[in-house]
Design a protein. Sequence first.
Length: 291
Amino acid sequence: MAPLIPAERDRLLKLATYASVAVAVLLIALKSSVYLMSGSVSLLASLIDSLMDAAASVINLFAVRYALKPADHEHRFGHGKAEALAGLAQSAFITGSAVLVLLQGIDRLLNPRPLDSAWLGIAVMLFSIAATIGLLLIQRHVIKRTGSTAIRADSLHYRSDLLLNASIIVALLLAAYGIQRADAFFGLAIALFIGYSAVQIGRDAVQILMDRELSDEVRAEALQLARSVEGVVNVHDFRSRQSGHDWFMQMHVEVPAQTPLVLAHDLGERVRARIVERFPQTDVLIHTDPV
């Protein structure tokens, strides 16, 4: 696939964030009205999850727009880590929603009561599944093209929503036929699943914020490319990190001691060009060492 030009990347990221906000707001309106009529804990879990989705999507909207800003005098490496900060904020929101649902589920388990409007709730959840699938298809395309951390985090909990919505349909069906505690049990299970998702999102965001090295595969390929340049003796002190969509690599390139300065500089530029050709999103810093 051809490298993505900045304007197209901006367009795709904005498309995904606006679509996420729109879907979340629509589902909140539907689930709120049905929850007020039914009192279902599992439906409350879905409503709270949608509220968290909306909050996270709004955070993404601002974070992605900020992350797309070019590097400036005070942020010479760009603003890409805003996406990881958004992912970390999402993790906190999702954790909060899990705790709320867990408490409500325990209360309903101890104090069960029949549900009203269960069939209307089922209809709303079926619509939620259809809307979520549509959004996930958009996000899948955007992630594939841009590699956005924030959109990937957003997509993760929308994928979990599919399982959540399907389980709520089962809970409402069981409750409609008189198994009252099923709603509470499903609510508790959903809360635990939401909490697990929060841990995943938070872990990925922290790794980027802590400047974790790029994957072993990427690093090995970059080193192989550098060493394949004619005139390069070896490469050492290789370091890498990620900031949003952008990658950063730095390395010491060993050249023969008798190599003139101009030629040594040219070797470094050839190494940089070869790596950038393979990984266009990468900023490469090279120091040449005579050996």
